[in-house]
Design a binder for this molecule. Structure first.
Ligand code: DX5
Ligand code: ZN
Length: 220
C-alpha cells in the first residue's frame, strides 16, 4: 500500500487557505491534519473547531484531528468527528484511554493514539485492538519547524514488527519534521501515513504542487 499524506494545516497560510486546499485536493492528499493544542498538554495554541468547520464547508478531504490536549475525552464532540475522519488522542493525556478510544469509534471516525518521543511502545499493548492508527511523534509536540528525535525511527520499526506479528490492522502515522530525507527513513522503518507541514509540504518558495509530488515519490 503506498504511503499517504496528511497535510499539517497549522503550517498552511490562512491568507490563501482555499487556494491551498484546492491544490491539496488536486494532489489527492488523503487527510487534512488538524493540530489542536490547549496550552497545557503542550505549551502552544493553534487551531480550533471553527477552523475545522470552515474547512468542512469547502472540502470533502477527511480530517485527521490530532488532540494535543489534556483530558481529550472532554473535547471529542466539539469537532463533530465523522466516518472517514481520524481522531488521535495522546496516551499521556488521559487516565481512561480505552474509554476515549471507544467514544471516538462510536462517532464513526477512526480512533488513533499518539505517543510522545519519550513514551514507550508498551503503553499501547492493551489498546491495539481499539485503534486504527498509532501516531508516533517524531518531534516533541507543540511547534512546527522542530528537528527529528532520531530514536523515534527505531520506535517505528519496532512498532511495525509488533503490529505485523500480532496481525493488527493498524496504520503507523508519523508527525514532525517529515522532510524528504526523514520521510524516506520513516517509510523504510514502516510508516504508512505522513504528517507533512513546514518540513515537507508548505515550503516557502516551493510550489505546493511540487512539494506534494516530491513527497509522494518518496513515500510510494
Ligand atoms: C508538531 C506538529 C507537527 C507539525 C509538522 O507538534 O504537530 O504536526 O505541524 O510540521 P513540521 O513539518 O514543521 O514538523
Ligand atoms: Zn500533529
Amino acid at each position: 500500500m503506498p504511503g499517504k499524506i496528511s497535510a499539517s494545516m497549522m503550517c498552511a497560510s490562512f491568507a490563501q487557505l482555499e487556494n491551498d486546499v484546492r491544490i491539496l485536493e488536486n494532489g489527492e492528499v488523503e487527510y487534512l491534519h488538524i493540530d489542536i493544542m490547549d496550552g497545557h498538554f503542550v505549551p502552544n495554541f493553534t487551531l480550533g473547531p471553527d477552523y475545522v468547520n470552515a474547512l468542512r464547508e469547502i472540502t470533502d478531504i477527511p480530517m485527521d484531528i490530532h488532540l494535543m490536549v489534556e483530558k481529550p475525552e472532554n473535547w471529542i464532540d466539539v469537532f463533530s468527528p465523522q466516518k472517514g475522519d481520524i481522531v488521535v488522542v495522546h496516551q499521556e493525556a488521559t487516565h481512561h484511554l480505552q474509554r476515549v478510544l471507544a467514544k471516538i469509534k462510536a462517532t464513526g471516525a477512526t480512533p488513533g493514539v499518539a505517543l510522545n518521543p519519550a513514551t514507550p511502545l508498551c503503553m499501547l499493548e492493551n489498546v491495539l485492538e481499539d485503534v486504527g492508527v498509532v501516531l508516533i511523534m517524531t518531534v516533541n509536540p507543540g511547534y512546527a519547524g522542530q528537528k527529528l528525535v532520531p530514536q523515534t525511527l527505531q520506535k517505528i520499526a519496532v512498532l511495525k514488527q509488533q503490529l505485523e506479528s500480532g496481525g493488527y490492522a493498524v496504520e503507523i502515522e508519523v508527525d514532525g519534521n517529515v522532510n524528504l530525507e526523514n520521510a524516506a527513513l520513516m517509510r523504510q522503518a514502516g510508516a504508512d501515513l505522513f504528517v507533512a507541514g513546514s518540513s515537507g509540504l508548505f515550503i516557502p518558495g516551493q510550489p505546493l504542487e511540487d512539494s506534494i509530488a516530491r513527497l509522494r515519490e518518496v513515500i510510494r
